[in-house]
Design a protein. Structure first.
Length: 92
């Protein structure tokens, strides 16, 4: 049986990560979290880990990935920890 580590995040603690002049995504800083979750609960919504990307150079890849996820009907959330952005998404 797979165990998921879920972290509850207060919606008031969210910020935004600007990806371009016209695109942004919800953002949470988890540098001080006790563990890296595989799921995040944000109010009544639950997000599951999707992928990660190194922060250095993210501008070349991340905007397209976020656009693709949104086009697939998913709602993305970016989590920063150490030198990576972790992408979590809601189910479509």
């Amino acid at each position: 049986m797979t165990q998921y580590q879920t972290l509850d995040v207060d919606p008031a603690a969210l910020g935004t990560l600007d990806l371009s002049d016209s695109m942004w995504v919800a953002y949470a800083d988890l540098h001080d979290a006790a563990f890296m979750p595989t799921r995040i609960r944000l109010g009544s919504e639950e997000y599951a880990y999707n992928s990660s990307i190194i922060i250095l150079g993210h501008g070349a890849v991340l905007p397209r990935r976020i656009r693709d996820l949104r086009a697939a009907g998913k709602k993305p959330l970016i989590v920063e920890r150490e030198d990576r952005y972790y992408i979590f998404v809601t189910p479509p």
